[in-house]
Write a protein that binds this ligand. Structure first.
Ligand SMILES: Cc1cc2nc3c(=O)[nH]c(=O)nc-3n(C[C@H](O)[C@H](O)[C@H](O)COP(=O)(O)O)c2cc1C
Ligand code: SF4
Ligand code: FES
Length: 594
């Protein structure tokens, strides 16, 4: 082990900021982070032991105790549940003789749940040693169990088990017309970099990661900072349940995404870029490295790009299972090898980002669109969309519909049109923008995709009439409690209280007071949380409470209050002392007295 760790640290130039990448490789090799490795790294990098342990504990794909040689994780998100995930996991556990959350006695296999893996169009999904497994059913599970029991190395597993479909169902302006390699850079140099920034400005392009900040403005701020070092970061953390469009863009249009990053680097004056790729997309890693290699060979990355005296290169950093790392300042912390805890903002990354230097962070789709605008011009892009939301939006559609997949729409399109196109019938409601977004009911399907109406990073999950709103709220509330980074109290404590309160109502023990408390708690978390995760964690509760108050009311016991502890049990000692155990000596806790 000693030699392995030493070589690994050397490969990463003994750099502290490489800690997360180093730990990922140790985890892949030993199936956990051994104490000996922590000791050795703390001397080599050098970093205090406790900080290394803190990083290991922060990321859900790193472990201080051994996992199985085959580490199986099954996506615990809603659409997988809708497709029978629970029964399939139980079947898998039985086949492999391992409990969920445990390692088999012989250490060969471990099984656990994980948050959305970004395969919502082809679930139930999971991962084995970080590699995506799609369309799980009993037949595939039989094969997987057999391969594991035969100790077949992953490299020898049939490729179809790992096949990830791109499922582009409806291409629009951008997806129909991918650019030729190098075209955006050539156009930009021909037009002039300043004029190209002006073109992107006129196009009205706004960030596609959710918040919708004007892209040209962000780039101009960064370019305007009086610093010699600047960075460009592509946010491919895509962890919002129901989103998978960045996965598809990186698989089918990686050149164009990298070209968008290089274009940005030319405009802002950056020499180094990073693609922060969520750990769940490990299957894309080698392929993306190959594309970067091709671009270097073609003179589109590296030194003196297109002989225009532009030097720029891109590294790929892998995440390790933390949804919060999609938040841009947490992402930067993670890029620096630390736990992904969101920074105080301001200052924003555009002035104090990676290593404290000006940094542009944009979503995959934003870079993809920017490169197309550089080639085709502002008017081409702005010809579609609305006044405040120019161009198109790429959606990831999943849930109850005949054709889940990737759909590209001009902003301003109604939800009804989207539902018609993907074959959704008897729709109860649609979750727009993932758990942190908005749940809209069937009364609202004339609402439009647009920053000024329904803003979304791209996640659209459809629920038909057979679904129960409480299952949705329950799943999303658990998701946030699980993904809270724990840094600030309103979110750490609040999301866990919210989860408990929702569970209580979900299980039929809620009273009128509980619903009022739920709403109050939700508002508290929204207002006092430090970052966007906490600020939106109560959305599933608040948006459904607003739309379906009667559903919550119907779920309640007809009592004004139910204590959160076992009242009757607490009287047990008194009963024993009084030597009475007849019916009148018991208190009924729920339900039967108004
Ligand atoms: C909890 C949380 C998760 C986020 N996840 C992502 C993500 O996966 N991808 C993304 O591009 N932006 C995500 N964002 C938004 C980013 O902080 C940031 O606004 C975005 O990357 C900026 O790029 P854009 O201007 O191109 O949209 C997230 C924000 C929060 C609060
Ligand atoms: S709001 Fe939640 S996720 Fe954000 S910093 Fe606080 S604890 Fe972490
Ligand atoms: S992987 Fe199942 S909804 Fe995302």
């Amino acid at each position: 082990m000693k030699q392995f760790i030493q070589d690994l640290a050397e490969k990463h130039n003994n750099q502290e900021k490489q800690l997360l990448q180093i730990l990922r490789e140790i985890q892949a090799c030993y199936h956990y982070i051994p104490e000996q490795a922590i000791e050795q790294l703390s001397g080599l990098l050098p970093i205090p032991r406790t900080r290394i342990i803190g990083v290991v504990e922060f990321y859900s794909f790193l472990h201080l105790s051994p996992r199985g040689q085959y580490e199986l994780l099954i996506s615990d998100c809603l659409t997988d549940h809708m497709r029978g995930k629970k029964k399939l996991t139980a079947y898998l556990a039985e086949k492999l003789d391992v409990a969920v959350g445990a390692v088999r006695k012989d250490g060969l296999v471990s099984l656990d749940n994980t948050s959305c893996t970004g395969m919502c169009d082809q679930g139930p999904a999971g991962m084995v040693n970080g590699y995506a497994l799609t369309r799980l059913d009993r037949a595939r599970i039989d094969r997987i169990a057999d391969l594991i029991n035969r100790r077949e190395p992953l490299a020898a597993w049939p490729a179809d088990l790992f096949y990830v479909d791109d499922s582009i169902a409806k291409p629009g302006l951008l997806l129909k017309q991918p650019i030729v390699q190098g075209a955006a850079l050539r156009s930009a140099f021909k037009r002039g970099l300043k004029a190209t920034l002006a073109e992107i400005d006129q196009s009205g392009l706004r960030g596609r990661g959710g918040a919708g900040f004007k892209t040209a403005m962000k780039w101009a701020f960064c370019a305007g900072e009086a610093q010699s070092e600047r960075y460009v970061v592509c946010n491919a953390d895509e962890g919002e349940p129901g989103t998978f469009k960045d996965r598809v863009l990186l698989n089918s249009f990686a050149h164009q995404v990298f070209e968008g990053m290089t274009l940005c680097a030319a405009i802002v004056g950056a020499r180094q870029g990073f693609l922060y790729l969520r750990g769940e997309y490990l299957h894309l890693y080698e392929y993306l490295q190959e594309i970067l290699h091709q671009r270097r060979q073609a003179g589109l990355l590296g030194t003196n790009i297109l002989r225009e005296e532009l030097d720029f290169d891109i590294d790929i950093h892998l995440g390790a299972g933390a949804y919060i790392c999609g938040e841009e300042s947490a992402l930067i912390e993670s890029l620096e090898g630390k736990a992904g805890i969101p920074r105080n903002r301001p200052p924003y990354p555009v002035t104090h980002g990676y290593l404290g230097k000006p940094t542009v962070v944009n979503n995959v789709e934003t870079f993809f669109a920017a490169s197309a605008i550089a080639v085709n011009g502002a008017d081409w892009f702005a010809q579609v969309g609305t006044e405040k939301s120019a161009g198109t939006k790429i959606l990831s559609i999943s849930g109850d519909c005949a054709r889940p997949g990737i759909y590209e729409y001009a902003f301003g399109t109604t939800i009804q049109t989207v539902l018609n196109d993907c074959g959704a019938t008897d729709v109860l409601g649609v979750q727009i923008g993932g758990p942190s977004g908005t749940f809209i009911s069937s009364q609202e399907f004339d609402r439009k995709l647009a920053f000024e109406d329904l803003a979304t990073g791209g996640s659209v999950i459809i629920f038909n009439e057979s679904r129960n709103i409480f299952d949705i709220v329950h799943n999303f509330t658990h998701f946030f409690a699980h993904e809270s980074c724990g840094f600030c109290t309103p979110c750490r404590v609040g999301t866990s209280l919210l989860k408990k309160q929702v569970d209580k109502i979900y299980e039929g023990h809620g009273s009128a007071g509980d619903v009022a408390a739920l709403e109050e708690l939700g508002q508290l978390i929204r207002v006092y949380s430090h970052c966007g995760l906490g600020q939106t964690a109560a959305n599933p509760v608040l948006t459904t409470l607003e739309r379906y108050p009667e559903l919550y009311q119907n779920k309640l016991k007809k009592i004004s209050y139910e204590p959160g502890f076992d009242l009757d049990g607490a009287l047990d000692i008194a009963r024993r002392l009084a030597q009475r155990d007849d019916a009148a000596a018991h208190l009924s806790q729920v339900g039967d007295h108004d």
